[in-house]
Design a protein around this ligand. Sequence first.
Ligand SMILES: [Ca+2]
Length: 108
Amino acid sequence: MNDGIDPAFFNQVAQIAHFSATYALTLTAMLFTKLQSKHRWLVVFGLIVAYACFHEGWYDPHFENAATRGSDVEDWCFLVAGSVAAEIAAALKFGVALYKSKGVKLER
Ligand SMILES: [Ca+2]
């Protein structure tokens, strides 16, 4: 059946979307949450990893469209990689203080 979808191209777009979504979620959470503690990065990262496990481990196997379904392991890796990249970006921007005892206040 030719459904008009090139699987390789679709997968590239999907992985950009996976990476970008968790990058945006993680960076936004790191910038705007008021959880001022050294554990904030871990809470944010843990929620993203938990979401990735739920989505790729349960949701997609049950509900993802068969025509576009790729590797859930690959999808999971790009979801987690986006979050890791955002944590690194936050650390580079705000320094290691963001990850130390009291964190930093990001108020203006
Ligand atoms: Ca998937």
